[in-house]
Ligand binder design. Structure first.
Ligand code: NOJ
Length: 560
């Protein structure tokens, strides 16, 4: 297998708005990040993925960019950015930028121009269409509720926005737009940034027919996904981007790609494709989705999770590379979702970390995950800030008359603000995140769950993550070993092996709050065994057959 630094790295995602506020305005900032670089170094991560820090009116917290080459006022200045980059590099950590180029903000100068007239020279930087029979050009539904089209009276046309009205889609069919994007990327790379996480990058090529999508039962709008995701020219565009920019630097790239399976993913990340290093797939995140998408928040089964993870581990084996994640700024907290955030919070957070970090791929840790931060349940909808959540609530409750409690249940389970409450640094007011009023309320459990406490307690989740990272660093098998699922149908235990030459890792995780009986399959043999890590004290017992405690995780190393 081709060895690469980004295969051997562990990434930590910072959502700057909620990370650390240095100036008391209630909003995290770049100087706040600089203050915490030593904390990240202590954890042992290699790369920071920085969610967008560019100028933005913050309709979608920075995922709506109005100037790609300037820093958002609330976050600081370009000097602060340069200092942060150089301080990170000094400590041996890299910075991967978020690249949001499926759309910009409607306040970007390109769009301001584009709107002015049909013959403006920036008109074709965006996707404008005439109405159809006095209605929107297609029936597609936006990811943030409502139509994907907004009518502009001035030029009597509609523009496309797959996300909010303030996030118009860029027109990748236009070579001038593509050139402008590549130049901007090049500008950041020549500054010394170490890569890009590319926001919904598999949406950039749209099917030019602009056909109506299927209207699913109970829906007002049609589903345009198949005309926008993995579109006809997406690989051509990414290969061009690779040729023009990416290939000139030793960097890391990860594409956010909803709606891919391993077959499709290989086209983006296959070793000889010259596109991206890895993608974020969503199949495990979609567990429990139902008629109302993720908001249905239905029960899920461990056997389904195992099947999905294993499909990806085997699907990209030898060609392509996985990104491994349980969490990000769009997902609920994993300990609340797949673990137990009450009685077994610490045990289950460690178990989940073990399960993920021993797989093949590059692991991503989302801020606060390393201390087992949990979901939040604010009393009133007014406390929520996320545009996706608020638009959905408004449509469901105010337009469709759905029950408030029912809708809140979905938000508690799956809303994006679960991940966006401020990082809990200590037990002082506002969890030490800010001396001002935080832009979003702090989770009330910060006195119990915080970084200060975690650092002081050698049995904490933080120290466990640190150990997992260290194990990866010192054992090639964790990075490059082959993955094989065992006990496929077991409903409580997720167990697998990793194999590299004559060495094997055996990873055993109990996903249940009950005890579970483990039985080692007979074809797994060894001459010597060693316990690598565990979340309970383990006696050197017979591992051919034993009882796992609630949420217990163990990793053994076998030698022939
Ligand atoms: C995916 C990002 O992760 C999410 O936060 C954002 O709202 C959408 N893309 C639109 O940029």
């Amino acid at each position: 297998m081709n060895k690469k630094w980004w295969k051997e790295s562990v990434v930590y995602q910072i959502y700057p708005r909620s990370f650390n506020d240095s100036n008391g305005d209630g909003i995290g900032d770049l100087r706040g990040i600089i203050e915490k670089l030593d904390y990240l170094k202590e954890l042992g991560i290699d790369v920071i993925w920085l969610s967008p820090v560019y100028k933005s009116p913050n309709d979608d917290n920075g995922y709506d960019i109005s100037d790609y080459q300037n820093i958002m006022d609330e976050f600081g200045s370009m000097e602060d950015f340069d200092e942060m980059l150089s301080e990170a590099h000094k400590r041996g950590m890299k910075i991967m930028m978020d690249l949001v180029v499926n759309h910009s903000s409607d306040e970007h100068k390109w769009f301001v121009e584009s709107k002015k007239s049909r013959d403006n020279k920036y008109r074709d930087y965006y996707i404008w269409k005439p109405g159809k029979d006095g209605k929107e050009p297609t029936n597609w539904e936006s990811f943030f509720s409502g139509s994907t089209w907004k009518y502009d009276k001035n030029t009597d046309e509609y523009y496309l926005h797959l996300f909010s009205k303030k996030q118009p889609d860029l027109n990748w069919e236009n070579p001038k737009l593509r050139r402008a994007v590549y130049d901007m990327m090049d500008w950041w790379l020549s500054k010394g940034v170490d890569g890009f996480r590319m926001d919904v990058i598999n949406f950039i090529s749209k099917d030019q027919a602009y056909l109506d999508g299927e209207v699913h039962k109970g829906k007002k709008y049609g589903d345009g996904a198949k005309y926008c995701m993995n579109g006809p020219r997406v690989h051509e565009f990414l290969q061009e981007m690779n040729r023009e920019v990416l290939s000139k630097y030793d960097i890391m790239t990860v594409g956010e790609t909803p709606g891919v399976n391993p077959e499709i993913a290989k086209k983006y990340v296959g070793e000889n494709r010259n596109e991206l290093n890895m993608v974020f797939q969503f199949e495990h995140m979609d567990l429990g989705s139902g008629p109302n998408g993720k908001w249905s928040d239905l029960p899920w089964k461990l056997t389904e999770l195992k099947a999905i993870m294993s499909k990806w581990q085997k699907g990209l084996e030898g060609d392509g590379w996985n990104s491994l994640y349980w969490n990000n700024h769009d997902q609920p907290r994993v300990v609340s979702r797949f673990g137990n955030d009450k009685e077994y919070r610490v045990k289950s957070a460690k178990m989940l970390a073990t399960c993920l970090h021993m797989m093949q791929g590059t692991p991503y840790i989302y801020q606060g995950e390393e201390i087992g931060m949990t979901n939040v349940a604010f009393d009133s909808i007014e406390e929520y800030k996320d545009i996706e959540t608020l638009n959905m609530y408004n449509e469901a409750v105010n337009e469709q008359g759905k029950d408030h409690e029912e809708v809140m249940k979905g938000i508690y389970g799956r809303g994006r603000d679960n991940a966006r409450t401020p990082v809990q640094w200590d037990d002082s007011e506002n969890a030490g995140f800010t001396t001002g009023k935080p832009w979003i309320n702090v989770n009330s459990n910060y006195k119990e769950i915080n970084c200060k406490k975690a650092l002081e307690d050698k049995n904490s989740i933080f120290h466990y993550y640190k150990k997992l990272i260290d194990i990866r660093k010192n054992n090639d098998i964790v990075v490059y070993g082959r993955y094989d699922l065992i006990l496929d149908d077991h409903e409580k235990i997720y167990a697998y092996t990793r194999t590299l030459e004559d060495e094997k890792l055996l990873v055993i995780c109990n996903f249940s709050e009950q005890t579970s009986e483990f039985k080692l399959p007979e074809d797994i043999t060894y001459n010597s065994k060693k316990l690598v890590i565990s979340n309970y004290e383990v006696d050197d017992c017979n591992i051919e057959e034993f009882t796992l405690k609630p949420y217990e995780a163990r990793v053994y190393n076998f030698k022939k």
